[in-house]
Design a protein around this ligand. Structure first.
Ligand SMILES: [Zn+2]
Length: 88
């Protein structure tokens, strides 16, 4: 059964992760400092919390990140408006 094979791969991934640590790849850039990551091995999702620690990506943290990303985009577009000086 292909299904049982997939399940086996995931659990092998988890064992590897517990031995060697997760292999996180950036899945989303929230701000310059905050990003969301996913383990390429077992699929675990994490993010950087307000204290700068790596934390499991819970629905609450995802919501916080959404808000942060929105505020960050606002800031960026405001900064761009201020840069409309003629080039020297
Ligand atoms: Zn992992």
């Amino acid at each position: 059964m292909p299904n049982s094979q997939i399940k086996q791969n995931v659990s092998v991934g988890r064992i590897l992760c517990s031995i060697f640590g997760h292999r996180f790849i950036v899945t989303r850039k929230v701000t310059a400092h905050i990003k969301e990551y996913e383990c390429a091995c077992c699929g675990k999702q994490v993010t950087i919390d307000a204290k700068g620690n790596l934390a499991s990506l819970t629905p609450q943290l995802k919501e916080i990140n959404e808000t942060l990303a929105m505020l960050h985009q606002k800031k960026l577009s405001q900064a761009q408006q201020h840069q409309h000086h003629p080039a020297a």
